[in-house]
Every structure is written in C-alpha cells, then in structure tokens.
Design a binder for this molecule. Structure first.
Ligand SMILES: [Zn+2]
Length: 314
C-alpha cells in the first residue's frame, strides 16, 4: 500500500516536473530530458520492488498454506519422544479429509516381505520391505523430522517424519540416520540407511503411515508393486477412523485396514468357524481370549460351535 502511494506521488512529482520544465528556456531541455529519464528509471525500480514483494508474499502464502494442514491437525504438539502422543479419539475431527499425495517417493524399491495386519498375536502396524543393510531409505513426502530414536525391543533405530500433507511416516530397523530431528526434508531425500536393528530378523525396512497416530495400511496409499501411489488425493474419514477405530478404507474399490493406533486390533474383524474349531483355538490364533469371544458373541464357553458360524473377534 505504501509503495503504491509512493508510485502515485512519484508520478505526480514527475508530471509537475515536466510541466515546470517545459515552460523554461530551450537550453533547459537537455536537463529536463535527463531529469525525466531519472524519474522513469526510479519508477521502474519501484515497480520491480512491488513485483518482488508480491512474489515474496505469494511464496510466504504458499509455505503457510503447506504448513497449515499439519499445524492445524497437530497444533503445537511436537513430541520428540513418543510414536503416538496424540489422542485422536478425544479430538474433534472432520467427517472427511483429503490428503494430497501428488508429491511422493517410495521409501525403498524392495519387495514386501510382510504385510500390514494381524501377525500371530500382534498387530503389525506397517509393512516390511526387503532392503540390504546400507541401502538408502528416502522420505515419502515433504516434511520435517519429528524424531530419531532407538528402541532395542521394537523399531531399532527409527525415524518419524511429520509431513506437510498431514500424514506421519515411520521408518524402522535402520542402521544409520542421515537426518536430525527438526530437519526439513523433501520427498525422496535420503533420511537413513536400512538395517537390521531392534526386533528384526534379517535386514528390512519397517514402514508405517499414520494420521494423528492412527495407523493406515500403507498399501492403501502406495502401490509397492508398481512403485507408485494408489491415488493423487487420498480421501477418508478421520472421525470414523478415530471413533470406530479399526475398520476399512476403500481405495479404488479395494478395502484396506486402518486402526486407531491404540487398541490392539480390528474392531470389525470376524471369523468363520471351521470344522473341528474350538473357542480356545480360535482365541489363541486371533490374539484374543475365550471370555472376550463369549462376551462379544453372546455365547457360553460350553456353547457348541457349528461350521460356517461367524464370530466377532473384536
Ligand atoms: Zn514390520
């Protein structure tokens, strides 16, 4: 605004100068021209300044736009100790949300050795990708390193990135960090070297995609076989994800699991009874207890199971 005023006054001065000078003697013409030239030059400089300021303002707007999604979601919560310091179930969350995936990078080109979901009695909240120790691991999206840590019985050396698009990604069992907490990274930037640290047998990358601490099956986001993304814009319901907890996300007609990041399992999972099944065997295989199965399904420990019968597991 000030600059525009300056331009106006500068032009006014220029016009005044012209008027005054034209009524002067002929020998003043050269001086006048020179003066006019100076004024025009000044004017150009001011316009250039305006353009530069406009560009800077646009840049700032773009940056704040980019950061606003993540900061709106996570606020000032920049925990550098815990994987999931959030309490999404107690937050006011929108019914629908679109996450921009257009600027992405597959963290490593290896094949999947273990998928998201129940594995024996534990929930596997990410996927495992085959890597060799020392392989470069890359940031999935633009963002900022929230933490780098070591967990002997779990992730080993691991990195968590909070992305501008609202997701957080976790990279586990690493051998070396190439980034530090608070460092900003762009999609594809090397962040670590792959390894075999923590609870791991054989070098691999454990990779998780989370939203406010709630894990989403990475296969819903990435197409690891074709080394691409499933969709440019990933839409889902944060409210449903947080309230119902474990459920499914549909992407291109395929169902993918997600979890509220708290309970050990999938709330809507069911099991179809097979011949010879017993409650204790079903419980054991699915990481639950006979009592829980009875409560969930309104049956007694002594109830007879019939093949084909569908039981709720969670
Ligand atoms: Zn894993």
């Amino acid at each position: 605004m000030n600059i525009n005023k300056n331009v106006v006054s500068l032009l006014a001065v220029g016009i005044m100068a012209c008027v005054n000078l034209t009524v002067q003697a002929q020998n003043a013409t050269d001086k006048h021209n020179q003066h006019h030239q100076d004024l025009l030059q000044n004017q150009i400089a001011v316009y250039e300044e305006i353009n530069l300021l406009d560009t800077l303002a646009m840049k700032e707007l773009e940056i704040s736009d980019k950061l606003s999604l993540a900061s709106e979601l996570y606020g000032n919560d920049w925990n550098q100790e815990r994987v999931n310091p959030y309490n999404a179930s107690k937050m006011e969350l929108p019914d629908s949300m679109i996450i921009d995936l257009s600027n992405y990078c597959i963290p490593h080109n290896g094949y999947i050795t273990s998928n998201y979901g129940w594995r024996r009695r534990r929930m596997h909240r990410g996927i495992d990708i085959k890597v060799q120790t020392g392989d470069t691991i890359r940031a999935a999206f633009d963002g900022k390193i929230r933490l780098t840590k070591y967990e002997r019985r779990g992730y080993g050396y691991y990195v968590i990135i909070r992305h501008d698009n609202g997701l957080e990604t976790i990279y586990g069992h690493l051998s070396k960090f190439l980034v530090k907490p608070d460092q900003e990274v762009v999609a594809g930037e090397p962040i670590a070297l792959g390894g075999n640290t923590g609870r791991s047998t054989g070098s691999h990358l454990h990779f998780e995609t989370r939203y406010l601490g709630m894990d989403i099956n990475p296969n819903a986001i990435f197409d690891f076989n074709n080394k691409t993304i499933k969709v440019n814009q990933f839409s889902f319901s944060p409210k449903l994800l947080a309230s119902k907890g474990p459920s499914a996300i549909h992407v291109n007609g395929t169902k993918y699991g997600y979890n509220n990041g708290k309970s050990g399992g999938s709330g809507t999972a069911t099991y179809r009874v097979r011949k010879g099944d017993t409650l204790s065997r079903i419980a054991q295989r699915n990481g639950t207890t006979v009592n829980r199965l009875c409560n969930l399904n309104g049956i007694k420990k002594t109830s007879t199971l019939r093949p084909g019968q569908v039981l709720r597991l969670r």
